[in-house]
Design a protein around this ligand. Structure first.
Ligand code: MF3
Ligand code: CO
Length: 250
């Protein structure tokens, strides 16, 4: 059952969301050739601690880190490691903050140094696809409006949309109903109502949409080894339209 949130509850999630976006601002400055994703993970954990929050992903279904760090053909759920980022890589940092029992979730893909045109195009298109979805997140639309807008935009630009990972409701739990696909027909899913809080988090691939999960049980990669990007916001559905609770540009 979808848990509808009151204005006060949405404000609590927004507080967690501001911390997520402020932390992303710091991450952006940290990302350079030679930095390891473990160093970024440590930074995020310390940053949250300093701000009275905790990393919700740590301990979640046996996951042991504050962040997921997904490089190049890793689609999502990459495990932070000591290997260093290289010039030309793209890397997605994804994490969920728990502030006073309320959660906010945002993933962002970053260039490492100078990246080639194809990678640049993928990053820009995936970010834009997220905003195409957010535009549709209004009362009276269905989940399918979000899904369809993202898929249409992405495929027109020549990218594929990952089908195996979905957005989700969020609040006191990381994953609440409803599920939020980023592809498929307009008619699918429940109608959007005031007080819903969901993530929209398209993952776009340069090649095929197919992914597989590595032996570690987490790392999801594109089957063809081509690049993948991932942008995610936590959104509140309100009468006045969608509110981005993890907005970095505010
Ligand atoms: N932020 C992710 C999500 O949207 C990460 C979940 S996987 C985890 O669901 F185990 F690492 F937390
Ligand atoms: Co998420």
């Amino acid at each position: 059952m979808t848990a509808f949130k009151t204005k006060e509850e949405i404000e609590m999630i927004h507080e967690a969301g501001r911390l997520v976006s402020d932390c992303h601002h710091e991450i952006r400055k940290l990302i350079k050739p030679g930095v390891s994703t473990r160093e970024i993970d440590d930074f995020v954990e310390q940053y949250l601690k300093k701000n009275g929050a905790t990393p919700e992903q740590k301990g979640y279904q046996g996951y042991r880190h504050a962040t997921c760090a997904s490089i190049n053909d890793v689609v999502c759920h990459g495990i932070p490691s000591s290997s260093k980022l290289k010039e030309g890589n793209i890397v997605t940092i994804d994490f969920v903050v728990n502030l006073n029992g309320w959660l906010a979730d945002s993933a962002w893909s970053y260039p490492v140094g100078k990246i080639d045109e194809k990678a640049q195009d993928l990053l820009q298109t995936t970010e834009e696809a997220l905003y195409k979805g957010i535009e549709q997140a209004k009362v009276g639309n269905r989940i399918g409006h979000i899904a369809h807008a993202i898929e249409r935009f992405a495929t027109e630009k020549g990218f594929s949309v990952v089908k195996d990972f979905l957005g989700h409701g969020i609040g006191r739990e990381m994953h609440e109903p409803p599920i939020v696909p980023h592809y498929g027909p307009i008619e699918q899913g429940p109608e959007l109502k005031e007080g819903m809080v969901i993530t929209i988090e398209p993952m776009l691939n340069c090649g095929s949409h197919f992914v597989y999960v590595e032996e570690d049980g987490w790392t999801a990669k594109t089957v063809d080894g081509q690049l993948s990007a991932h942008y995610e916001h936590t959104i509140a559905i309100t009468k006045k339209g969608p509110i981005i609770l993890t907005n970095q540009y505010r």
